[in-house]
Design a protein around this ligand. Structure first.
Ligand code: SAH
Length: 305
């Protein structure tokens, strides 16, 4: 019965992906079911063998040694495995959302301690499938959305990825396990500083954090294999598409406040061979409706697409 209620709560939560400022996780998780369930035996079998700061066996994940103490905390570990089983992966009960299937992405979700990236007051809700407030009016996205966006990027071990909207640093940490280098930009300086500190403390040495407006990207490190934007612009930021490799993918929510579509853009032609208008030379695929915090800064001043 308690499990049934928990599922109903998740189904409702699933309708809106990255809801801002709506902290319903405490209600959902107070039932205790999030952590009361045991780790299924097959998930233990699929755990990578962690080598000192090196890749993990088979799935080639870069789990930092410094994060392993946090990963070993039993209640959180159980909750993290349950989160993947019940709200992200292919065994998820059908709720209208596409399940995430990439085994590397699912394993990365099991091997990043989300509870280290949320404020102490919300720690016990870390593995509920909900966004949580992280201060300065911002949120850490819900785990399902982090996993889905990561899968849509098609991350490969040699990739260099740009993230706009560092927030807590959690999404960057998930990517850090899957790719070679992550460059991430956060417009709220105290958030950038805190995320950088947390990422350092937990050993994510292949993540580079910059405080500033992500609209202009990170030209010194361009081009990128993929770009993820975790705040919603109303149109495609043109400098970012220019910093994407041909064949590269940009995953972002696009649309007005609270009513956006999660979109995958694939760059099909080099910049010089594309009409100047933003969006040309990009194949656009709409995934699901989402709700993200708005992308602020220069994008709000530039002309319409
Ligand atoms: N990826 C984050 C969640 C981010 S929420 C995580 O895993 O926790 C979106 C973030 O984008 C907020 O922190 C917000 O401050 C930031 N943001 C908004 N506009 C931005 C811009 N122009 N450049 C960089 N960051 C921006």
């Amino acid at each position: 019965m308690r499990l049934g209620l928990w599922m109903a709560a998740l189904t409702l939560a699933g309708c809106l992906a990255c809801r801002q400022g709506d902290i319903s996780a405490p209600r959902a998780a107070e039932s205790g079911t999030a952590t009361a369930l045991s780790v299924p035996s097959d998930t233990t079998a699929s755990s990578p063998t962690v080598q000192a700061d090196g890749p993990t066996t088979g799935l080639n994940l870069r789990v930092p040694k410094a994060s392993q103490k946090a990963l070993a905390e039993p209640a959180f570990r159980t909750a993290r495995y349950e989160m993947v089983e019940r709200t992200i992966g292919p065994k998820t009960p059908y709720d209208g959302r596409p399940p995430v299937r990439d085994p590397r992405v699912l394993e990365a979700m099991r091997w990043v301690p989300r509870h280290e990236f949320v404020p102490a007051a919300y720690r016990r809700f870390s593995y509920a499938d909900e966004p949580l407030e992280i201060g300065y009016g911002q949120t850490i996205s819900q785990p399902y959305i982090v996993a889905l966006m990561t899968e849509l990027l098609k991350p490969k071990p040699d990739d260099r990825v740009l993230e706009i909207g560092t927030g807590s640093g959690y999404q960057a940490a998930v990517l850090a396990l899957l790719v070679n280098e992550v460059y991430t930009i956060e417009i709220v300086e105290p958030l950038a500083k805190r995320a950088e500190k947390d990422l350092r403390r937990l050993g994510y040495e292949n993540v580079f954090v910059r405080a500033g407006d992500g609209y202009r990207g990170w030209p010194e490190k361009a081009p990128f294999d993929s770009i993820i934007v975790t705040a919603a612009p109303e149109r495609i930021p043109q400098p970012l598409e220019e910093q994407l490799k041909v064949g590269g993918r940009m995953v972002l929510p696009i649309g007005p406040q609270y009513h956006q579509e999660l979109v995958v853009l694939t760059k099909t032609a080099p910049d010089g061979q594309r009409p100047r208008k933003a969006g040309n030379g990009l194949v656009r695929e709409v995934v699901i409706p989402v709700r993200f915090v708005p992308m602020t800064g220069e994008i709000q001043k530039v002309g319409k697409e």
